[in-house]
Design a protein around this ligand. Structure first.
Ligand code: DC
Length: 206
């Protein structure tokens, strides 16, 4: 079974997706971390070929054998990840890996295009959203950075992720839209776990 969780930056996807995966005993797939690894590889070597990178996401985020879990969360990588994610070759290489992983087992996969492009057959699709000002407020609180600066970067990233030609951020037609401006993380997690239970039950032979 696949639970797809898409949405813009700061909507709470990671917190929610991790908790849902843990509750359901599904494997968590952070596709954003893959694009961040490509960005880091490019920062180190502008000629880096995304398709040739070794990216591991099991315990830690590993890039060519090195734990890069912290490094990929820097503002510079956050910015560059959004840029490399618009490149057709990068998207194709990451999509291939993601689809190979999702081909068997039970997954909670988070990203921007899981329900629309990577796993349009997912049993449950969630589009997690929140007001831009609330998303920026959360990010500023987490990082201790200036709110105005975070908001400006977020607007630019939302625009780039949402307007790019290939697999832009979008809710699938059959996605359940949950707004975390008004729902707590616990409420959202409980709702998704309930929905996953319903969908799993619906798919079982009678
Ligand atoms: O979710 P995140 O912030 O870690 O994602 C980093 C960047 O990667 C973000 O700018 C959008 C991009 N991304 C994407 O284009 N498609 C995905 N499935 C996941 C992330």
């Amino acid at each position: 079974m696949i639970v797809a969780i898409d949405g813009p930056a700061g909507a709470g996807k990671s917190t929610v997706a991790r908790a849902v995966a843990e509750t359901l005993s599904f494997t968590y797939l952070d596709t954003g971390a893959m694009y961040r690894c490509v960005a880091l590889a490019r920062l180190r070597n502008p000629q880096a070929d995304a398709a040739a990178l070794e990216i591991g996401l099991t315990e830690a985020v590993m890039l060519d054998g090195e734990d890069v879990g912290e490094e990929i969360r820097s503002p510079a990588i956050t910015e560059l990840a959004s840029e490399v994610a618009a490149e057709p070759e990068v998207r194709a290489a990451m999509a291939k890996r993601q689809q190979a992983l999702l081909a068997s087992g039970d997954w909670v996969a988070e990203g921007r295009d899981i329900g629309t492009v990577i796993a349009p057959h997912a049993e449950l699709k969630i589009f997690l959203t929140a007001d831009a000002s609330e998303r920026a407020r959360r990010r500023a609180e987490q990082t201790g950075r200036e709110l105005a600066e975070v908001l400006a970067e977020q607007e630019q990233r939302d625009r780039r992720d949402g307007e790019r030609e290939l697999s832009p951020l979008a809710a699938a037609d059959d996605a359940v839209i949950l707004d975390t401006t008004v729902l707590s993380a616990d409420e959202v997690i409980a709702r998704i776990v309930d929905l996953a239970g319903e969908r799993a039950g619906a798919g079982e032979p009678r």
